[in-house]
Design a binder for this molecule. Structure first.
Ligand SMILES: [Zn+2]
Length: 254
């Protein structure tokens, strides 16, 4: 599972400098919000956390190499589940998935993985998710276990990898989905913390954390590919579980 890849970049609470110091780095002035509404046309800096109308299914379809049209149009059976996975090395585009998935996505937070200029048609992101408050890795769907890492103050164990934002994230059940992808969905608004004295500040992943996310993203993808190559049952099993998750999520919206 993802713990194997995480070992190389492990930062346990005891070893994590940020947890040890108990203090967050000081905020650069440009991160403190001056109370003026954000200009729509500004370059968004890499690391900023924004809300975006994007779905968790997009990175998961991409990771699993699923044909979204086949997946979304067929009933839940083992044979259709297997046939809707072209192969673990196929990657549909976010646009291909959007065409097949016609529902309106909810707004969820994401980390901007590179600077985003007003003229850019796509944004380079990793999504964040809470999975309705699920805190334990073993309670996540198997496919999510390959790519999810907790955002502090969500910490799994004494030797578990976790990531810090600045200012710190405010709830204790948020996961980073370490799958970096390009989305054509518009970024809606920056996510700010009010826990910074009298003002508000845009929450960011600092440069070292961005580098860590990028490394985790590549490691998780490689781990998933090697797992699928070693065990042919992995993809159909994960796909079947994901189909049930997707159907339950849709039923919940009705
Ligand atoms: Zn820490």
């Amino acid at each position: 599972m993802a713990q194997a890849s995480a070992a190389a970049t492990d930062t346990s609470p005891l070893q994590c400098a940020r947890c040890q110091s108990g203090t967050a780095p000081s905020l650069p002035p440009e991160q403190v919000w001056d109370g003026v509404f954000d200009p729509k046309h500004r370059t968004i800096a890499a690391g900023e956390i924004w809300g975006i109308r994007e779905s968790l299914i997009v990175p998961i379809f991409m990771l699993m190499g699923v044909d979204p049209t086949a997946f979304l149009s067929r009933p839940s059976t083992t044979s259709s589940t297997t046939s809707s996975a072209r192969s673990w090395s196929f990657t549909p585009s976010a646009e291909e998935i959007d065409v097949a998935y016609k529902k309106r996505h909810a707004i969820r937070p994401c980390v901007l993985m590179s600077d985003h200029a007003p003229t850019d048609e796509e944004c380079d992101i990793c999504l964040l998710a809470t999975f309705r408050g699920t805190k334990r890795r073993e309670e996540l769907l198997e496919i999510f276990q390959y790519v999810c890492f907790p955002i502090y103050p969500h910490v799994l164990s004494a030797n578990g990898v976790h990531l810090h934002f600045t200012p710190e994230w405010e709830n204790d059940c948020t996961w980073l989905m370490a799958y970096r992808f390009s989305s054509k969905r518009p970024l809606k608004k920056p996510i700010r913390s009010r826990d910074v004295g009298n003002g508000e500040a845009t929450i960011k992943a600092d440069a070292d954390v961005l580098a860590q996310i990028d490394t985790l993203s590549r490691e998780c993808y490689q781990l998933w590919q090697s797992k699928c190559a070693d065990d042919p049952e992995t993809l159909p099993r994960c796909l079947q579980g994901f189909r049930r998750f997707h159907e339950r999520a849709n039923a919940g919206r009705r």
